[in-house]
Design a protein around this ligand. Structure first.
Ligand SMILES: [Mg+2]
Length: 288
């Protein structure tokens, strides 16, 4: 943990790193359940069956759509998606900031992307409704235990912080509001879905292109982020050893795996580390 002393910038994954979005809300809705509902709304019963069989597996929406279409009865699902778009375009419009995401216009050439956009917005519609103080006194989602204190400690020390997530701007911004904290600068899936000149692969973790895009909008770090020696002073924190860990490795960043239940058994590269409690990191920072 001594390596934390070298940190000058910190990047956080969001789901299951900063927020417990996979724990269901009091209404029984978490990310996986919201996706199941969204898949059934957009791709119909058949799509939902395929999804239930595959599970979510930390896939981004377009990745999910691509896999479901490959595995199921395509014509049924396509006509279902087209109808969903026609009936719901107006409601789905406000869920993604203007100019971000994919335009909500049916396109034969970009079916996977347009359906991914529909799925994203349908899922967001479900989840944004859950994001609040609930009558039983709980809030959903809860921040991962100790993470907000760690972020505050970094900010106090002038360490630049950002979020790099396959999630969505409106949701993340509102979650921080709910926690009474200010959301850091972020690059989310909303920023990349509409990029037409970029391959699907590049738009998804663990591709390091996402980190390069983050740097382009992150003025605090721009002047030094491209020097390899300084790259090593970026720390990336995430809960997925493949999606987050490999992204960090290929972008040249240090990686800390948040593994609160010690479920990851894979060996970690020697320059990466794992931790189970954000408080340990806060303490390590305070000891310097
Ligand atoms: Mg995550």
């Amino acid at each position: 943990m001594r390596q934390l002393q070298e940190m000058t910038a910190a990047v956080f994954d969001f789901d299951k790193t900063v927020a417990e979005t996979f724990r269901p809300s009091p209404n029984g809705l978490g990310t996986e359940e919201a996706y199941a509902l969204a898949v059934s709304m957009v791709l119909g019963k058949h799509g939902e069956q395929v999804y239930r069989g595959q599970g979510l597996g930390n896939r981004a929406p377009t990745e999910l759509v691509r896999d479901i279409l490959k595995a199921g009865s395509m014509p049924d699902m396509l006509s279902c998606a087209q109808m969903y778009l026609e009936m719901n375009a107006a409601i789905l419009d406000g869920l993604v900031p203007p100019g971000k995401g994919m335009p909500l216009v049916w396109s034969e050439e970009k079916q996977v992307e347009v359906i991914g956009e529909l799925l994203t917005r349908a899922k967001l519609m479900v989840l944004v409704d859950e994001l609040s103080h609930h009558p039983d006194g709980s809030i959903w989602p809860e921040p991962c235990s100790g993470v907000l204190e760690f972020m505050r400690e970094l900010q106090k020390r002038g360490i630049a912080t950002a979020i790099l997530s396959s999630g969505h701007e409106l949701f993340i911004t509102r979650a921080f509001e709910l926690w009474g904290a200010e959301a850091p600068l972020m690059l989310t899936d909303d920023d990349v879905r509409g990029l037409t000149s970029v391959s699907l692969n590049e738009k998804m973790k663990p591709h390091p292109f996402l980190f390069e895009l983050l740097i382009r909008k992150w003025q605090d770090v721009q002047s030094w982020a491209h020097e390899p020696a300084h790259r090593r002073r970026f720390f990336y924190f995430g809960d997925d050893i493949v999606k987050d860990g490999r992204l960090a490795a290929s972008a040249g960043l240090r990686f800390g795996l948040y593994d609160p239940e010690s479920t990851v058994t894979a060996e970690m590269p020697t320059d990466q580390f794992r931790f189970a409690d954000w408080r340990d990191l806060t303490k390590a920072m305070q000891a310097t």
